[in-house]
Write a protein of this length. Sequence first.
Length: 756
Amino acid sequence: MRLFSTTLVVQIVLAIVLAARPTAAAAQEFGFEPPPSATDPALPAALRDLAERIVPVYKDDDSARYLSNLAALQITAGDPQAAHETRIALDKRLRAKEGHSLSGRQIVYAVYVQARATEADEHVAFASAYKQAFRATFDPLDDLTAYGLESAFLAPLEPLREAVQHELDLQRDKREIALEPALELVRAWAAFEAYRSIEGLVRPLLTAEKERRYIDEEVAIPVAPGATVAATIVRPRAATENGKAASLLEFTLDRGSRDALEAAAHGYASVLALARIAGDAATRPRAPFESDADDARAVIDWIAAQPWSDGRVGMQGAGYGGFVAWSVAKRLPPALKAIATSDPMAPGIDVPMRGRIVLSSAYRWVYEMLAAPGDKTANEAARWRDLEESWYRSGRSYRDFPTLPGPGSAAFRRWLNHPSYDRFWQKWLPFGAEFAKIDIPVLTITGYYSAGQTAALYYFTEHHKHAANANHALLIGPFDEQAVESAAAPPARGWMPDDVALIDPNAARYEWLAHALDGGEEPELLSDRVNYEVAGANEWRHAASLAALEQKRTRFYLQASPGGTANALAEKRRKSPTSLTATVSLRDRKDAGWRPTRDRVLDVLPARDGTALFMTEPFSAPVDVAGRLSGVLDFTINKQDVDLVLMLYELRSSGEYVKLFDPAYAFRASYAKDRVHRHLLLAGVRQQLPFQSEKMFGHRLEVGSRLVLALGINKRADQQLNYGSGKDVSEESIADAHAPVRIRWHDGSFIEIPSG
């Protein structure tokens, strides 16, 4: 069953409960003493009396607003027939005005009002009347429209009750209520009462609707001797009656968290498979990633041989499922015709390390994956944080970090044995020229604020690097992980998404699949290879490639400022040499509890030892920046290696710092040139280090804003710690710390910002 979106709850409450303000009789007041709670038995009668007194005098110049409020007043006043007639008039008005069918929230309310009218007119039980109204509404709908309504009908009741309670609390200790708050209270009550009335009726009706529309079965698909993959198959009955259909396959680590019905509602034979690593412990592989490519190929071959399959299989997947799609693409079975992934994992690229720095969260993840039944350790966030901080304070080597018993620790240690992107990692994914062989359509979706962006951009850039004409599109915007998976995130403190960014990535993916698999019209949103939203400009833009997008770059030199003033990002290099020295003690453990905030807007930047800030002068006109951060670091260091971290902010004239991407870009200097081979630094020697970030951004810098670069040394309790000795970093301990890291940033250092 699909989880109900919080965003949709807000939409329902706002649209059904909080309609616009009236324009007439606003000053009028009505006698009303509110009962104490939304569930008080006296409340329905009190509101009925209030609504009966408002109906004769209520007017509004906006006809749609008037009809919406009037229907709520009439149903509350106990006149469902009148409310039903008003809803019919409102529905006609909305269709004529907006030129499209009603939204889910409007249909929920219309069905309820119709049922109440039938109950009163035909003197039947409400359950019978509601079933009749529900059937009359759903029977003519196609599968996709009916599927899209499910979440609207299953809205949680508590937010609606709280809305009523809020309005009652505003009237506490008052004997009169003005028209405006009276309408808000009536609307809140009408919505709450509607959903409360249908709560026990709608689920069985939706279940029957699914059974009428789909064939659902559980199967065990053989993939290897003695091993099977558990799968849920959902096929639309319409496709069964009309013949064979294309299939859409997804691998997941938890079938309960994914919705097999969604693909079927779009007309595909939907196959939701449980990756063997998350299945029966007796037959699962010893670690994640190891069997998925072969398993997926076996499942694809099995699907193609089924009587309901037309031989075409598309793959989609988020996270681990995205990895499986790419892993089987390395083998390219003939039946595989397209893949669409959202924030796909890439072992050796973003797990267990990112920027070649190992993340302790990867240990927690693999421990949970391989834990014995009943072991809840991985769910104990406080315990894991304590493990990280205890290791950090102890000064032990990172190889000593995984101390818990079980196969998860063994798998993690095997990963630590391969700090480079060597054949251990390469065997699971396309590598090098293997990308050129992937000649099927590909879609990758990610966000500027999503941790999954690292792997997503890896797949996209490597595919186009080795196949210049690859049919591979990227969709990226100001999304975090949740928005990539479901819908654009709601506004956060100090940050408001653009209107055009409020898209549903799922809808975009299915529109693209219809184009890739069935020759449908190419989605306008995905009209080129790189499709990105410029946050603040309220505009989607398109480019043929990242290289084309980043062709125009502005270079900013890192200039140390004398006299304690702010360090500068300057477009011209200063004639007189300057430098800035950063010092960090790797023995210091006072920062064990520090973690970066995921807030996108900050009042102040966190003070960290060894972090330097560089900023431009205020911009006199808006500046659009889009692409990846790159540059050359010119420095002298007393170590053979160091982990660096960079972050870009817009410093607004208001004093707020807005992140251009998140998480920050952290990388191991010895792998900046080549993730396959390590190149140690030269201690005590001035050297230059070119870098290309694995993060992309799209942002409009406001008039009066500054661009700010934070450049520091990565030192965190929840990540591997690089002491700079030149040894395997996992083998280093505090005994290798010796003198503090001293790094002098010379004025030859610069960054380049693409003006996409």
